[in-house]
Design a protein. Structure first.
Length: 251
């Protein structure tokens, strides 16, 4: 194996030039493991200090791996475990347990299933504005949001996501490094703080802002409710204050 010459079709990979001929200076240290597996310790030569196994093909598979029950191909690395240049086709389920970063466009020809319940957008919260999940928020004069405290307030912007058992499915305008920002549910289902002291809330009632900070109430004045509706109650609340799931519908 020490005299073998590899002739890759391409001379550039991942932005780096590869030699047209790779001649290992020494035989590759290897051993045959259980089941006839080839265990490569390290390849020597011009690129051997960086590549343990090199596979080249003009029209077929440069590297093929198959396993009846276990993992066909496993890789680990201090930097990238794998780096692929060119198109990649996956026939089967792609299971990713970490984060994904996409620097290009994504085209989906099927359904997208999200476990979250609402469509939210991050907003700057005014200092002392109170942004506990479930809080009804209104816009201030500086473009930030704060907890509502006025009945039938047409500046209502949404409800802070994350209360009860609901989490946002999509968050727009997210800046992880910017402090003081919170997602407001603009569409979908969200748990909302509500006050039934001014009237029992029934399923289907339209809700608006109330004088209780950060709480919604039943909209009984249709004239004042126009432009100040938060959404529709999905569960009843007969007395007192509590969390009520609502269908967000700003109008």
């Amino acid at each position: 194996m020490g005299g073998t010459t590899f002739k890759p079709k391409r001379t550039q990979q991942a932005g780096k030039k590869l030699p047209t001929e790779v001649k290992p200076q020494k035989p590759i240290p290897h051993a045959v493991g259980p089941g006839g597996a080839l265990l490569v310790q390290r390849a020597e030569g011009e690129i051997g200090d960086k590549v343990a196994i090199a596979g080249f093909s003009v029209s077929s598979f440069g590297l093929f791996a198959s396993s009846g029950e276990g993992t066909a191909l496993f890789a680990t690395g201090g930097g990238f475990a794998a780096e692929l240049e060119g198109n990649v086709r996956i026939a089967g389920v792609l299971d990713i347990s970490g984060n994904q970063t996409c620097s290009g466009n994504m085209h989906v020809h099927g359904d997208i299933t999200l476990r979250g319940a609402d469509y939210a957008e991050d907003f700057d919260v005014a200092e002392g504005g109170g942004a506990e999940p479930g809080t009804v928020m209104v816009l201030d004069d500086l473009g930030s949001v704060r907890a509502s405290d006025t009945p039938y307030d047409r500046r209502v912007a949404g409800v802070v996501s994350g209360a009860g058992g609901y989490q946002p499915a999509v968050i727009l305008d997210r800046h992880p490094d910017a402090p003081g920002r919170h997602p407001l549910a603009l569409m979908g289902k969200v748990f909302c703080k509500a006050d039934a002291s001014l009237g029992a809330i029934a399923v289907g009632d339209m809700l608006t802002t109330s004088s209780t900070p950060g709480h919604a109430m039943k909209a009984v004045d249709s004239g004042r409710a126009f432009g100040a509706v938060i959404g529709k109650a999905l569960r009843p609340l007969e007395t007192g204050c509590g969390l009520v799931p609502i269908l967000v519908a700003l109008q």
